[in-house]
Design a protein around this ligand. Structure first.
Ligand code: PLP
Length: 390
């Protein structure tokens, strides 16, 4: 009944765990949800006020398909201020979240016969975005001891004439890894040598804890096949508002706009007005959230590394840790995989996590620390308890 296209993709594992957490909560269980991919802070008040004002002013109609000129200018101001990137409005597309931008770009640039390099562990959606176009995702492993930077030998082996794109996601979901400038530059040099597109998914760019974030495109200003993807979701605690954007080559932006215009018409008009305030208004809350996330990162990494035989790399950004539990697998036969461990935590302890298997990181579990300190403490107690039981 269904097309080949739909058969090539799987449901999002992270959204599935969020649904599972909601189901357990509705049954009255005291659930600790560490599966979430969103800040646990409310959207800052100035942003909400801008949305209310947009409603009062009647900004409730269709906007241009790729976003209003005002929000494109706001995104340009933001990228110039925070990332030292200079773009004109015609080089920017506003979408219904960064996810939509990434999806559109894959649709516009990749097709059957193409290969796209994805670094593993990867965000769950990347392989599906690529597969649905008919192109083939090619996975390249990374080094957990070095912020999950690429294994360059494998990368060099796996690139070919068919390689049409390379997707970088630093800070990364699920690992939190932040690559050094040298590693990003090495990937750019490889991409340039084969004339491939580089997607830089920078949706966690404001969440780095040990060094300031450097945007990929600033590292090679003479290569025009770099597309920068950013989002209001994580930076401004605006996941439900659905505003993200792409900046880069104006012909690609135009093609993406064409596709978007024929699918969603335009991003939500009220959310666009709110996002203008987010991008150009007071940035204090961004710093407050970053400080709080850093404290939580330090706490959870320390707790995990204090458990026997657990290795938890200290991630430089995002709000995830990706510890390795493989030492606990196949001890008694109860837990054979990350899927089993994640399910055990869910069913026996009501702690919701996402199995590393979903991200191509078997043996690992992804914990989000976008949760209260108390929840993190209780969850870590339960993890310790679980590991004693299995
Ligand atoms: N890229 C990565 C790596 C993500 O983790 C997410 C969300 O979880 C997105 C992109 C998309 O976010 P949004 O569509 O909310 O902007």
């Amino acid at each position: 009944m269904f097309t080949d296209r739909i058969g090539r993709i799987a449901p999002s594992a992270t959204l599935a765990m969020t649904a599972k957490a909601a189901e357990l909560r509705s049954k009255g269980l005291d659930v600790i949800n560490l599966s979430v991919g969103e800040p646990d802070f409310p959207t800052p008040a100035n942003i909400c006020a801008a949305a209310k004002s947009a409603i009062d002013k009647g900004e409730t109609r269709y906007t241009p398909g790729g976003g209003t000129l005002e929000i494109k200018k706001a995104a340009a101001i933001k990228m110039s201020r925070d990332n030292n990137l200079k773009f004109f409005p015609e080089e920017i597309l506003i979408s219904c979240g960064g996810k939509h931008s990434l999806y559109n770009a894959c649709q516009v640039l990749f097709q059957s016969g193409d290969e796209v390099i994805i670094f593993s562990p990867y965000w769950v959606s990347f392989p599906d975005f690529v597969s649905v176009t008919g192109a083939k995702p090619i996975f390249v492993k990374t080094n957990p001891n070095q912020q999950f930077e690429p294994d360059f030998n494998e990368l060099k082996e796996k690139i070919s004439k068919k390689t049409k794109g390379i997707i970088i996601n630093s800070p990364s979901n699920p690992t939190g890894g932040v690559w050094s400038n040298a590693s990003v530059l090495e990937v750019l040099n490889i991409a340039k040598s084969i004339n491939a597109w580089v997607f830089s998914d920078e949706c966690y760019e404001q969440l780095t804890y040990d060094s300031p974030y450097i945007s990929t495109a600033t590292l090679m200003d003479n290569y025009d096949k770099i597309l920068t993807f950013q989002s209001c979701s994580k930076t401004y605690a605006m996941t439900g508002w659905r505003i993200g954007y792409t900046a880069g080559d104006k012909n690609v932006i135009k093609a993406m706009g064409k596709l978007q215009g024929q699918s969603t018409s335009c991003p939500n008009s009220i959310a666009q007005a709110a996002a203008i305030e987010a991008l150009t208004g007071d940035q204090t809350e961004v710093k407050v959230m970053r400080r709080e996330f850093k404290k939580r990162r330090d706490y959870i990494v320390n707790r995990l590394n204090n458990i026997n035989n657990i290795k938890c790399p200290n991630p430089g950004g995002a709000f995830y840790v990706f510890p390795d539990f493989s030492a606990y697998m196949n001890i008694t036969g109860k837990i054979k995989s990350s899927d089993d461990l994640s399910m055990y935590l869910l069913e026996k302890k009501s702690v919701v996590t996402v199995s590393g298997d979903a991200f191509g990181g078997s043996g690992h579990i992804r914990f989000s620390y976008a949760a209260s300190k108390d929840d993190l403490r209780r969850a870590m107690d339960f993890v310790e308890e679980t590991l004693n039981e299995i």
